[in-house]
Write a protein that binds this ligand. Structure first.
Ligand code: ZN
Length: 158
């Protein structure tokens, strides 16, 4: 069976950034619903489109095909007194951006009374290399298509 819209793909993927840092070791198989459901990166979907079980490849994705470019308008700071207690570098806070969209901010620095926040995805602006191996391809069930994600062994459990 070929990978096409509304198939469930089980794969392993190893991801490294441009400094060679391993972000995902690729040991745990994952299943995703193929076909633009946002279950995986568009650059991974296009590398696998039309392929079959057993296919293996390495793809290098620029930020635009991975987690996007960094957006400096998502870097902000707030006063420590307005922040929930227990603020730590690396901690996360949910807020909204100036268009009212939900956004997760990561605390990057605490300087005196100011807490510096970054709403970019931690991998934004990075060139990532993925090593992909397709373990299985099957047709998605009607329920999976309705939910927009894969169920079963390596998919969603609910
Ligand atoms: Zn579901």
């Amino acid at each position: 069976m070929n990978i096409t819209k509304d198939t469930v793909v089980t794969l392993t993927f190893r991801a490294v950034d441009e400094q060679g840092k391993v972000l995902e070791d690729g040991k745990e198989p994952r299943a995703y619903l193929h076909g633009g459901y946002g279950n995986t990166l568009p650059g991974i979907e296009s590398a696998l489109e039309g392929r079959e079980k057993g296919f293996a490849t390495t793809v290098k994705l620029p930020p635009a095909q991975a987690f996007g470019d960094r957006d400096d308008t998502l870097v902000t700071s707030i006063s420590k007194k307005d922040f929930p207690p227990g603020v730590k570098v690396g901690g996360q806070l949910e807020g909204s951006d100036d268009q009212g969209r939900r956004q997760v901010f990561t605390v990057t620095k605490i300087k005196g009374d100011q807490v510096m926040l970054d709403g970019n995805h931690p991998l934004a602006g990075k060139h990532l290399t993925f090593t992909l191996k397709v373990l299985d391809v099957r047709a998605a069930s009607a329920e999976e298509i309705a939910h927009g994600h894969a169920h079963g062994d390596h998919g969603e459990h609910h």
